[in-house]
Design a protein around this ligand. Structure first.
Ligand code: GLA
Length: 722
């Protein structure tokens, strides 16, 4: 709901209120972001808001350092990081953005060329005008009444004739009232993505960012802001999440009077954008989520929001294929016979999609050559992909194929024909990561070419699924097609090129299912989820390490978005052996599949695969639609435990895993685990325990943690019986 009289604004979602007003000098000021309030309260907050400026010796101009500007402009005594900077041709960049007007639109704005929220109830658009230049900024706020997610972004418009250089163009600024806050970030590295880290916010600028051209393994465009004492199940907290996949920044900075200023959007380092007369610059959207019931609630709100309003509706709630991928089974060493043997064996086990990974194209016998040459290597695959496709058809399986569309090896026909299509500068030795260079996706002809060759392969071979990989970061960010003063646009234009290719493929093949990947989970973000309903979570599929990765990822991404496969032991990344049923249960908490050589399995193992797939098909609807409760965090205890409950609370699925086998009494952990999210007054049958207990007992007293061996696990299926 949006209330306004043209001077005061109150936005209301399910449990939050967000208030602003235009002060006597015409500046838009934030008054409140937190729990709900009444319309009548806004006037009082507005009247008294200047009380946060401490005393008489501060003159009006200096007050900007204290006042909560809704969009921070440069200079005028506000020394916090500005939200936007626009430099005019005379070099001046100070600005003074004053409130001009507002409008309310039905629905969410449709942003062309960038991922965005697909629907919303109402959108408030507030226009600010700069006193000193021809710049206008539209601030967008989309409210969804049944949700605690508020969507924001800013559109910067040059309404004059002369070009202006944007040197910073963040999407939003928000201030949280005084309190002690902790910041939760998702940190990591290859094979260990999105591991949560919580620390108090200190003075100075706290910044989470990526300069890698992708959201990256090291960090993620999400931050949680937790009031002191907030935890998983209680307390006030906020989620801040960008719908963006390129180099980003999110910052937190204490203001002088103890409010916490949050901002973010496209990374500032290296950024510059020439905004010509009449042009607009659309910043990426940010999802702000509020909860007064702990981080668990933030996660559930975000999961619902992403599933209902960001992920491709054709797939968001659709049962996902059970996949067999040949990467860890064969790496580059395969031929048509080997693949067909895998397909045949997999089909007999109930797997429904075969995904042929890296190595089927160009001169690709290892990772030194071939990227960019998207035509089949007939020497390796005699009879071509048609034969693989036919084998899949014969066994009633769908066929998926791996691509790495953004990359090129120097040893490739594509690079030999178009050396200038790689992002690098003549005379500068480029960084070669995994022996490859990044294609210049800022250039339309490059994206057109890749679209042409990839579409041809899809059409000719009946491909219904692709795995879109990105195995290195962007480093020498220089495009031969742009003049010197526009090189600052390359990083952002690059990711726009990626979005463009994804959208064009989906337009051309509306039934195509795309799984994202980036050297494991190096580009797992809400932007990619707009195009790819699921993303390969990590190259580390060890059944224990995955509990940490999936737990961290679940903070702001739904289970159905995490592609999780059972792989062979000893695990190829960790060397560890984890029981087969544990690997299956952990993988069942996502989009399920296998990454091993099924032809080498014993009959007993094959029977286990069949049983795992049957079990998965009993719970996959919960994974798609259910509400997630993290019952035990493997980073804080010896147990991992997650529960997913149906929206009507009639069914639940619990998976747990014990870490190393240590006696209960030496554990920090009480040996019973309390369930969550169930109906307190109902009775539930717990199938594996052959017992019926009340919701009250399950929520209040809990169930005893099973005693297992190292990395042992369990699953409980709960059904409401009365
Ligand atoms: C990345 C992916 C793997 C596999 C390889 C192929 O590392 O994460 O799953 O596709 O590339 O080169």
């Amino acid at each position: 709901m949006i209330y306004t009289d043209g001077k005061q604004f109150l936005l209301e979602g399910k449990n939050y209120g967000y208030a602003m007003f235009v002060n006597g000098d015409g500046f838009l000021q934030q008054l409140h972001y937190g729990g709900k309030m009444k319309r009548e309260d806004v006037a009082y907050l507005a009247e008294t808001y200047a009380s946060i400026v401490p005393n008489h010796w501060i003159n009006k101009d200096e007050a900007f350092d204290y006042l909560p500007s809704e969009y921070g402009f440069y200079a005028k005594g506000d020394y916090k990081e500005p939200t936007a900077i626009f430099e005019r041709q005379d070099g001046a960049s100070m600005s003074r953005l004053r409130y001009d007007s507002y409008r309310v639109e039905k629905d969410a704005p449709k942003i062309v060329g960038m991922p965005h929220v697909r629907s919303g109830d109402e959108t408030l658009v507030i226009t600010l005008k700069d006193d000193f230049s021809d710049i206008e900024v539209d601030l967008y706020y989309t409210v969804c009444e049944n949700s605690d997610v508020l969507v924001r972004n800013a559109v910067i418009r040059n309404v004059g004739k002369k070009p202006v250089m944007l040197k910073r163009a963040f999407s939003f600024r928000v201030e949280l009232a005084n309190g002690e806050y902790q910041l939760l970030r998702l940190a990591g590295r290859w094979g260990q993505e999105r591991i949560p880290e919580i620390a108090p916010v200190a003075h100075g600028l706290t910044r989470i960012h990526s300069l890698r051209g992708s959201s990256s393994h090291q960090t993620n465009p999400f931050m949680g802001i937790l009031r002191k004492d907030c935890g998983e199940e209680s307390g006030e907290c906020y989620g801040v999440q960008l719908v963006y996949s390129g180099s980003f920044a999110l910052t937190a900075e204490w203001s002088k009077y103890g409010a916490l200023t949050l901002q973010g959007g496209i990374n500032v380092t290296g950024f510059g954008w020439e905004l010509r007369g009449g042009e607009s610059f659309v910043t990426p959207q940010v999802l702000l989520t509020y909860s007064n019931a702990g981080m668990g609630e933030i996660s559930r709100e975000i999961h619902d929001f992403l599933r209902e309003r960001i992920i491709n509706p054709a797939y968001a709630f659709k049962r996902r294929p059970v996949v067999i991928n040949n990467w860890e089974a064969t790496y580059f060493d395969f031929d048509n016979e080997k693949l067909c043997a895998i397909i045949t064996a997999a089909a007999n086990l109930g797997i429904d999609t075969f995904v042929l990974d890296d190595g089927w194209f160009g001169n690709r016998t290892n990772d030194f050559a071939g990227l960019g040459d998207w035509f089949v290597n007939e020497e390796k695959l005699k009879g071509g992909l048609k034969k693989v496709s036919a084998c899949c058809k014969e066994h009633g399986m769908k066929f998926g194929l791996w691509f790495e569309p953004e990359m090129v090896n120097e040893d490739s026909e594509l690079f030999r024909a178009h050396p200038d299509w790689a992002l690098c500068k003549e005379g500068v030795e480029p960084m070669r990561s995994r022996q490859q260079l990044v294609l210049d996706f800022t250039r339309k002809e490059v994206v057109d070419y890749i679209f042409g060759v990839v579409s041809k392969i899809i059409k000719e071979n009946d491909i219904s699924y692709i795995k879109w990989d990105m195995n290195r970061y962007v480093s020498e960010c220089y495009s031969a097609s742009l003049p010197y003063h526009r090189q600052g646009e390359v990083m952002h234009r690059y990711i726009l090129g990626v979005y463009d290719l994804a959208q064009r493929l989906l337009d051309e093949f509306p039934d195509l299912f795309i799984e994202g990947c980036a050297g494991g989970g190096g580009r797992f973000d809400a932007g990619m989820l707009y195009y790819f309903p699921q993303i390969w979570t990590s190259d580390d599929s060890d059944g224990y390490e995955r509990t940490k990765i999936q737990c961290g990822t679940s903070l702001c991404y739904p289970l159905s978005s995490m592609s999780c496969h059972v792989s062979v032991c000893p695990n190829h990344q960790t060397g560890r052996t984890v029981p087969f049923d544990t690997r299956g249960r952990i993988a069942s908490l996502g989009a399920f599949g296998y990454e091993l050589d099924v032809t080498k399995m014993t009959d007993e193992e094959k029977e286990s695969v069949k049983a795992q797939i049957e079990a998965y098909k009993r719970t996959d609807r919960l994974i798609l639609n259910g509400e997630l409760y993290r019952l035990s965090n493997p980073l804080e205890s010896n147990y991992f435990c997650m529960l997913v409950v149906s929206k009507d609370k009639s069914e639940a699925y619990v998976v747990g895993e014990r870490g190393l086998c240590i006696p209960f009494w030496s554990d920090k952990f009480y040996p019973r685990i309390r369930l969550r999210g169930l109906d307190n007054n109902a009775f539930y049958e717990i199938e594996e325990l052959k017992t019926v207990l009340s919701g009250g007992a399950l929520l209040g007293a809990g169930l005893p943690l099973p005693k297992t061996g190292d990395f042992g696990s369990w699953a409980w299926h709960l059904k409401k019986v009365r």
